[in-house]
Design a protein around this ligand. Structure first.
Ligand code: PLP
Length: 452
C-alpha cells in the first residue's frame, strides 16, 4: 500500500480555509473563524447530529445541476443530463433532480426503488449495470424506464423476452467500449478494450450486438452509450470517444441502415479535491463536446443525435463534506502524528481504495493557518484505515470537529457496516436551516436482518 506511505519531508502548508475555496461548497463562509455552510455552523451541526456526519450544501447541488443543463443546452439544445445516482442517492437528492429537470442513471434495482419511491418519472431513468438480474430488468421494464443500457448479449435476449412477456417495446442503448484509455486511476477506467463493461468495437462484438438488437421485436434500439472512466481532466478523452462513436455510427448506417437518435457519452468529468487542482469547467466540456460531435456528424453526413451526459461526481462531490470529531492523538517521535477520528473507511473508502486525497480544516478555527502535519486515522481495525495522510491542519486537539471537503461523491454511497459500524446520517443545509435527510443508523438497523 505505497499510497499510504508518509513523506518524511512533507511540511504543513500554512493555509487556512480562506485559501481552500476551490474545494469548499458554494455557500461555505467563515464567521468569527468558524466554518458555516448553507448559513449553518458546522460545529453546531456536529453537536446536534453527532459525528461522523455527511453534510450537503443544497444550493451547491442545485447550482451544479443548473450549470450542467444550461451550458450543455447552450451548445446542444436537445441535450439531456442524467445524474449518475451511484455517486450519491437518497430521496431528497432524487427530488432535487426532478425539480431541475434532469434525468437519473441507476446502477441497481435498489437505486431504481429509491427513485420511484421519491416519485421520480420513470421515463427519465437510465438503467445501467454489467450484470443486471432478471428481477432488476423486470422492475425497470415494468416501471417504464426510459432507457436500458444493454451491456452484453445475454441481456439483449433477456430484455427482449421480458418486454415481450409484458407486451411492451423497451427503448435501449448498447454500451460500447470505445478503446479510449482515460487518463485516470486504473480502478475507475472503464473504456479500454480490456474492460468488463460493454461490447468491443475491434472484435466485432458491437456490430453484432447492433444487428441482433435491430432484429428483436421488443427492443427499440435508440443509440449507443460509452463511459470511459471517472475523475477525468483531459477533455480530449471525451472528444476522442465521440469521434470513435460517430465513425462507428457511420459504419452502422452503411451496413445496417441504422441511424441513432441518442448518443450517451457517460460521466467522468473530474473535480477539485485539493486546493491547487484545476479541473475542467463544465462550459469547456460542453464546448469541446458540441464542437466535436457536430464536426463528426458533418464529416460522416449523420443527423445530430440527442446527446446525453451522465455526470455524478461533478454534481455532488464538492457539495458534500464530512464532519468528524478528534478522539485521540498519538505523536510518534521522528515518525508522524496520528490523529484518530470517529469514522474512516466505512464512511469513505476512497483513500484506502484509490489513494484519494482531501483537504481538511478544524471547523472552529478554520481561518487559522494549518501549521501541523498529521495523518488522520479512522477508528476501524485496519492499518489502511486512514482518511488523510500528511494532511495540513490547524494543530488538532481532542474534541475538535474536523471538516473534510469534497466528500459528496462515492462517500455515503460506498459506505459499509464493517466492524458493525453504523453508517452516519446525511444532513442537507440551506438558508440557515439543516434537515436530516437520512438519519444515522442505529444498532436496531444492524439487527434488522437477523432472523435468529
Ligand atoms: C460511474 C458512472 C457515471 C458517473 O461517473 P462520474 O465520474 O461520477 O461522473 C456515469 N455513467 C456510468 C455508466 C457510470 O458507471
Amino acid at each position: 500500500m505505497a499510497h499510504l506511505a508518509h513523506d518524511p519531508d512533507a511540511r504543513p502548508d500554512g493555509r487556512s480555509a480562506n485559501d481552500l475555496k476551490a474545494v469548499m461548497p458554494l455557500t461555505a463562509e467563515l464567521r468569527d473563524g468558524e466554518l458555516y455552510v448553507g448559513g449553518v455552523s458546522t460545529v453546531e451541526l456536529a453537536r446536534e447530529f453527532g459525528t461522523a456526519l455527511y453534510v450537503y450544501d443544497e444550493e451547491h447541488i442545485r447550482e451544479r445541476l443548473a450549470t450542467w443543463l444550461r451550458e450543455l443546452r447552450a451548445v446542444l439544445p436537445q441535450a439531456d443530463v442524467a445524474y449518475a445516482g451511484k455517486a450519491f442517492t437518497c430521496k431528497a437528492m432524487v427530488r432535487l433532480l426532478a425539480e431541475a429537470g434532469a434525468h437519473l442513471d441507476v446502477s441497481s434495482g435498489g437505486e431504481l426503488a429509491i427513485a420511484l419511491a421519491a416519485g421520480f418519472p420513470a421515463e427519465r431513468v437510465v438503467v445501467h449495470g454489467n450484470n443486471k438480474s432478471e428481477r432488476e430488468l423486470t422492475e425497470a421494464i415494468e416501471a417504464g424506464a426510459g432507457l436500458i443500457v444493454v451491456d452484453c448479449f445475454e441481456e439483449l435476449e433477456r430484455v427482449n423476452r421480458l418486454a415481450g412477456g409484458r407486451g411492451v417495446v423497451q427503448p435501449i442503448l448498447l454500451r460500447i467500449k470505445p478503446g479510449v484509455v482515460a487518463d485516470t486511476h486504473e480502478y475507475i477506467r472503464t473504456g479500454a478494450e480490456d474492460s468488463k463493461f460493454g461490447f468491443g468495437l475491434s472484435d466485432g462484438a458491437a456490430l453484432q450486438a447492433v444487428e441482433q438488437a435491430l432484429a428483436l421485436p421488443h427492443c427499440d434500439l435508440r443509440g449507443l452509450h460509452a463511459h470511459i472512466g471517472s475523475q477525468i481532466y483531459a477533455l480530449e478523452s471525451f472528444a476522442e470517444t465521440l469521434r470513435v462513436l460517430a465513425a462507428f455510427l457511420a459504419e452502422l448506417r452503411a451496413s445496417t441502415g441504422f441511424v441513432a437518435r441518442d448518443l450517451n457519452l457517460g460521466g467522468g468529468v473530474g473535480i477539485a479535491y485539493l486546493a491547487d487542482d484545476e479541473p475542467p469547467q463544465i462550459a469547456q466540456f460542453a464546448a469541446i463536446v458540441a464542437e466535436t460531435l457536430k464536426a463528426a456528424c458533418r464529416e460522416h453526413d449523420l443527423p445530430l443525435p440527442r446527446l446525453l451526459v451522465e455526470p455524478g461526481r461533478s454534481i455532488v462531490a464538492g457539495a458534500g463534506l464530512t464532519l468528524y470529531t478528534v478522539g485521540s492523538i498519538k505523536k510518534l517521535l521522528d515518525l508522524r502524528t496520528y490523529v484518530a477520528v470517529d469514522g474512516g473507511m466505512t464512511d469513505n473508502i476512497r483513500v484506502a481504495l484509490y489513494g484519494a486525497r482531501y483537504e481538511s480544516v478544524i471547523a472552529s478555527r478554520a481561518d487559522a493557518p494549518r501549521d501541523a502535519l498529521v495523518t488522520l486515522a479512522g477508528k476501524h481495525c485496519e492499518s489502511g484505515d486512514v482518511v488523510a495522510i500528511d494532511a495540513s491542519l490547524q494543530s488538532p486537539r481532542v474534541g475538535d470537529v474536523i471538516c473534510m471537503f469534497a466528500t459528496g461523491a462515492y462517500g455515503h454511497s460506498m459506505a459499509s457496516n464493517y466492524n458493525r459500524q453504523v453508517r452516519p446520517g446525511v444532513v442537507f443545509v440551506r438558508d440557515g436551516r439543516a434537515r436530516e435527510v437520512l438519519r444515522r443508523e442505529t444498532y436496531a438497523d444492524l439487527l434488522n436482518c437477523e432472523t435468529d
